[in-house]
Design a protein around this ligand. Structure first.
Ligand code: AMP
Length: 282
């Protein structure tokens, strides 16, 4: 596996692969790799001629009070995992390589970024869109793989790719979960064994709310009350948001008439976790 840290080198490498007629798969991550990340890598390895995985804790998507410094960094472990899978290149630049001193450009999709996670994390999706744009310009991938778990991020990136005609095919990969239903996340490493067990309630509540809708409940408030009651049973868990949103616009709905997503963000101690479930069969 080739380790590339400079923007020039990743550009040259990708250019040469494309020049040889090879397709390039790209999986951007912030590292602390778990099975969710690895499932994206495997998907790329099965589809593209060559696969680039990036490990970059992107400072611009963290707010001032957030966990940038504390975010887990396990570069060596991550590289071993990627090498074992057969990933061709790991791109792991330093922050100043990605954001030189005279950096001034930002990319954002405001209408999709104001609600849900955007409401409590102003500027987060602007940081995500900007770094993904930079990386797409460097790697020029044929396919880029993103997890459905971060569905708001995914929608925003799909919109950005469409609007800016980036010519990258976004491949959506399903959420990988722990046996108790907890969606895998790098932040799960901060949970105590007890918190991890209690966090299983997040997915149980989502499944219950989905069933309630499929059984004919059309009032979002009624669906949400059911979910809140379940989440309240998990010790130490506080709800940041719990919403039923339109599947396409991501705006909250009061009456469930079309495809929706039930989205949740909770805190367990200091750890913020997100998850969602879709209800498309309406
Ligand atoms: P992150 O390192 O958190 O920025 O995530 C990098 C990529 O992995 C994003 O496309 C995420 O949506 C995806 N991802 C994170 N957790 C999971 C999971 N549990 N299942 C599938 N994909 C995931």
């Amino acid at each position: 596996m080739k380790i590339i840290e400079s923007v020039e080198d990743i550009q040259l490498w990708s250019q040469s692969k494309r020049g040889q007629g090879q397709s390039v798969g790209f999986v951007p991550t912030m590292g602390a790799l778990h099975e969710g990340h690895l499932s994206l890598m495997r998907r790329s390895l099965s589809q593209a001629d060559v696969t680039v995985g990036s490990l970059f804790v992107n400072p611009t998507q963290f707010g001032v009070d957030e966990d940038l410094d504390a975010y887990p960094r396990l570069l060596e472990d991550d590289m071993n995992k990627l090498a074992d899978l057969g990933v061709n290149v790991v791109f792991c630049p330093e922050a100043q390589e990605v954001y030189p001193q005279d950096f001034k450009t930002w990319v954002e999709v405001p209408s999709l970024a104001q609600h849900l996670c955007g409401a409590s994390r102003p500027g987060h999706f602007r940081g995500v869109c900007t770094v993904v744009s930079i990386f797409f310009n460097l790697v020029r991938p044929t396919w880029a793989y993103f997890g459905e778990k971060d569905f708001q991020q995914l929608r925003i990136i799909e919109q950005m790719v469409q609007d800016l005609r980036m010519g990258v095919n976004v491949v959506v990969c399903p959420t990988i979960r722990e046996p108790n239903g907890l969606a895998m996340s790098s932040r799960n490493a901060y949970l105590s064994p007890e918190q991890r067990e209690n966090a299983g309630m997040i997915y149980q509540a989502l499944v219950e709310m989905r069933q309630h809708i499929l059984a004919g409940e059309t009032q979002a408030d009624a669906v949400l009350s059911k979910g809140r009651a379940m989440l309240d049973k998990a010790p130490g868990l506080t709800i940041d948001y719990l919403e039923v949103v339109d599947y396409n616009t991501l705006l909250p709905v009061s009456c469930v008439e079309h495809a929706v997503i039930v989205a949740v963000s909770v805190c367990l101690g200091l750890v913020r976790l997100i998850d969602h479930i879709d209800v498309k069969e309406i």
